[in-house]
Design a protein. Structure first.
Length: 298
């Protein structure tokens, strides 16, 4: 690798078993690899869940945006283009000339995809004066069941977070379109640094609050990003679905969420104040699903 988390840190990469990607052009850094593989897991899981293309825009191991369906990457980047500046692009489908034409115009560090049409690699590799990183994912490679991290002389091992994230985790009364958005929000939260709150509308992540110590700060940050997207696109900020990776501890999260057009919430539940949270949702006409699944990522 070019370097570790910072240029003064030498780094290397060792393949254990099957390589999850091949380097087609350029040379990766440590953070490039983390962004690429985290984002690749997100888009692959989302694509499998909905049977449509998925894309995400990654920065510092959290998504700035994600979307499913037609023009997935364009919609993913449109969520928060300021944060997507210099992103790592992750897409679930092979890149064709049309998408390459779009990507040629954006400021980005690299891309991971399961394939590239003829001529596309040359178009992309020319970005950043020839230093743009192009990785080809091997979609047949499954991650190990166990994850291992060595830290400060310790080896930490845990089972990979592979619990199924499906509609069955939600209140059956949630409308189908909102259920799709909540499932997408759960998938995105799984691959976002905690604490995190994800807001989704019409198959597009419109706000992510990631890596905050206070959960209500996550909600506020995600809401402000969603509001900025709505002002820029001319959309009406209503019918928004919100997912929290951990239990909502206070009703202040509901008060803030309601101000940003949130109509549906999914969260693990189990807080000592969950009854108050449920009542606050009911008072504001917000559907509330307790999934029983925490989605922390550190």
């Amino acid at each position: 690798m070019r370097y570790g988390m910072n240029p003064h840190q030498p780094a290397s990469m060792t393949v254990l078993g099957e390589a999850p990607f091949a380097v087609v052009s350029g040379a990766p850094s440590y953070i490039n690899v983390l962004d690429a593989l985290t984002g690749w897991q997100l888009v692959r899981e989302a694509s499998r869940a909905f049977g449509v293309p998925a894309a995400a825009s990654y920065k510092h191991v959290s998504p700035a945006g994600a979307a499913v369906g037609a023009d997935a990457y364009v919609r993913a980047r449109d969520a928060d283009p300021k944060s997507s500046y210099g992103d790592f692009i992750t897409v679930s489908e092979p890149v064709d000339a049309e998408l390459a034409g779009v990507l040629k115009k954006v400021v980005s560090d690299g891309i991971i995809a399961p394939g590239y049409d003829e001529g596309v690699v040359a178009t992309l590799a020319a970005k950043k004066r020839g230093t743009f990183l192009v990785l080809e994912a091997d979609a047949s490679v499954e991650p190990p069941v166990e994850e291992v991290r060595e830290f400060y002389g310790l080896r930490l091992t845990q089972r990979r977070d592979d619990v199924p994230l499906t509609r069955e985790l939600l209140d059956p009364a949630v409308p189908d379109a909102a259920a799709r958005d909540l499932v997408l929000g759960m998938i995105v939260a799984r691959y976002t640094q905690s604490n995190s709150v994800v807001m989704v509308k019409d198959g597009m992540v419109v706000g992510v609050g990631a890596g905050q110590q206070s959960r209500v700060d996550c909600t506020q940050l995600a809401g402000e990003k969603a509001a900025t997207w709505a002002r820029r696109s001319g959309a009406v900020l209503s019918g928004v679905s919100m997912v929290s990776d951990g239990a909502l501890p206070f009703v202040d999260n509901i008060e803030v969420a309601a101000g940003y057009g949130v109509a549906h919430i999914a969260e693990p539940g189990g807080s000592i104040r969950s009854g108050e949270v449920a009542a606050a949702c009911a008072e504001r006409g917000i559907s509330w699903s307790t999934t029983g699944v925490r989605l922390f990522r550190h």
